[in-house]
Design a protein around this ligand. Structure first.
Ligand code: ADE
Length: 239
């Protein structure tokens, strides 16, 4: 997969992309991530990329020119057209289903907006899918882009050492969109808390059933909204 990120702050990505799974995935050629600075496409001597809103009001608005020029430049960096995403709190909420969907793309182009807003013609003209990572407002789309990159890349084949490891994740199909079962490792007893006997039993069928039950119980207790979401989905698909 190739991922292009258009941003005014490419340095913000250095640390998250330079460690752990994201670094390994790049080093081993599973994903190629390229950062392009929108400011390099400013046309005036001050490298200006934002301006006052027409009609008045507080703050500055990202100008369409540099974003369009940057996007057109980036598109030509690879023959694959790519799926373009604009990070904005006004987008559809990102979740694990969306992460899985995006992980099937050959190329993603992520555009991180900054300042108080972006010129509406960026939204209209680029035909990008708008994605939000949650109902809160960040200072810019950079952190949102990093979250999407992380959630998508770890789903790519070979990105996690063990091919099976994303399979049982919370929100995955095997967790039926709910939470994951509890995990334990050594020691067997820690500060008086013991690993459940069943996990030491070696009975794989019983362990699988116990995990399934635990996953359902903790989803009911901690995230009942996920069960409601699933019921709604089932009702829709049946109706
Ligand atoms: N930019 C600012 N807030 C955001 C959010 N919640 N999701 C995606 N991009 C954003």
């Amino acid at each position: 997969m190739r991922i292009d990120i258009l941003t005014l702050f490419p340095e913000m990505f250095e640390s998250p992309l330079g460690h752990s799974i994201l670094k390994r995935a790049q080093d081993s050629g599973i994903v190629d991530i390229a950062l392009t600075n929108i400011r390099d496409f400013a046309t005036d001597n001050y490298r200006k990329v934002d301006d006052k809103p027409y009609g008045g009001g507080p703050g500055m608005v990202m100008m369409p020119g540099p974003v369009f020029d940057c996007f057109e430049y980036v598109q030509k960096l690879s023959p694959e057209k790519g799926h373009t995403i604009l990070l904005t709190p006004q987008g559809q909420r990102f979740d694990q289903v969306k992460a899985a969907e995006l992980s099937a793309e050959k190329r993603l182009i992520l555009i991180a907006g900054r300042y108080e807003g972006i010129d509406e013609r960026i939204r209209i003209g680029l035909g990008a899918e708008q994605i939000s990572i949650g109902d809160y407002v960040l200072s810019g789309g950079e952190l949102a882009a990093m979250i999407i990159v992380d959630a998508v890349v770890r789903l790519l084949a070979g990105a996690l050492g063990d091919e099976d490891s994303p399979k049982d994740d919370s929100f995955s199909e095997s967790a039926r969109g709910g939470l994951e079962y509890p995990q334990y490792t050594r020691p067997e007893v820690f500060r008086g808390m013991k690993v459940p006997d069943i996990l030491l039993s070696g009975d794989h069928a019983k362990i699988a059933e116990w995990r399934r039950q635990q996953a359902i119980e903790r989803t009911k207790k901690w995230r009942p909204d996920l069960l409601k979401d699933n019921n709604n989905k089932n009702e829709k698909s049946e109706g």
